[in-house]
Design a protein around this ligand. Structure first.
Ligand SMILES: [Zn+2]
Ligand SMILES: [Zn+2]
Length: 293
């Protein structure tokens, strides 16, 4: 955007004109205080002339920035990913490199491909491998560079909001609609929490509605994998898992696959139009100590 006149030396936005902060655990975006639009003097509107030379009020070009900034706040990104972008993602191994490069391909195809060929991305792997970081990077890119509305939701939280809504007699529809209808949606932590019939039924409805709409793109993160780590005989003759980071085998995502958790029907729908990206690695939230993943 050529009208952006932000201060290159600004410590908040470094000349980007956008300031990110955290409000109630969510990421909040604002136009930075250093931003000055020379066309409209920060009014957001200005006089233009039509073909007959009559002047009329119109939105200034800088409104594009203002709209995208609002859209980014409304995406509902978790505040701890305030600094996460695809540029700040540091792959620790080949699987993470592949995930990053597939994510970039996905973005560069976004404008050019017909929506029904877009499909979805499913980021699978242990906590801390950067799945959510990559999804947040996608949302920031789509909103700020392309102006495409996106939403981010932790499915487990969404379910508890719906439950809460029942007790306040809020219609389930009004809670889930913004997420069902968003052109791009990130469903974080697919499969987390109790897997009762009701939860699976909600998930099924949710995925079906987006799938049937035909023009929706969904990104999922999940700790579950499409297959379990290979088993091998140990010297003691017992069957053990290999390829796991910390030797703890009690976690449910190491005992069940995504298909087992969400059920055949949902899994086959997911498989139909999704790319599965498996990220291996240790929990680098622990390794990086205090840095957001
Ligand atoms: Zn600034
Ligand atoms: Zn302006």
């Amino acid at each position: 955007m050529n009208v952006v006149q932000a201060d290159q030396s600004c410590e908040h936005c470094h000349g980007k004109g956008v300031r990110l902060s955290i409000l109630k655990n969510n990421l909040k975006a604002d136009v930075c205080g250093c931003f000055k639009c020379e066309l409209c003097n920060n009014e957001g509107r200005l006089f233009r002339e039509d073909e007959q030379g009559r002047s009329f009020m119109a939105d200034c070009e800088c409104q594009t920035l203002r709209k995208r900034v609002n859209m980014l706040t409304e995406a509902g990104l978790p505040g701890k990913y305030v600094r996460a972008t695809l540029e700040t993602y540091q792959p620790m191994n080949n699987t993470q490199k592949v995930a990053l490069s597939r994510t970039k391909d996905f973005l560069s195809d976004f404008k050019n491909r017909p929506m029904d060929f877009m499909g979805s991305l499913i980021y699978m792997g242990n906590p801390g491998t950067g799945k959510t970081h990559l999804c947040v990077g996608v949302v920031k890119h789509l909103v700020m560079k392309l102006g495409i509305p996106c939403k981010f939701v932790d499915f487990f939280h969404l379910l508890s909001d719906i439950r809460q809504g029942y007790s306040e007699e809020k219609a389930e529809k009004s809670i889930i609609e913004p997420f069902v209808e968003s052109r791009v949606l990130v469903i974080d932590e697919l499969g987390k929490g109790k897997k009762g019939e009701w939860a699976l039924d909600m998930l099924d409805q949710f995925i079906s509605a987006r799938y049937n709409a035909g023009n929706k793109v969904t990104l999922y993160t999940t700790n579950y994998k499409s297959e379990l780590p290979k088993r091998k005989k140990s010297k003691m003759g017992n069957t053990t898992f290999v390829n796991t980071a910390d030797g703890e085998y009690q976690k449910s995502y190491e005992k069940e696959t995504l298909g087992e958790v969400v059920g055949e029907r949902i899994f086959s729908r997911l498989s139909e139009n999704s790319q599965f990206l498996e990220l291996e690695g240790d929990d680098f939230r622990k390794i990086m100590m205090g840095r957001t993943s």
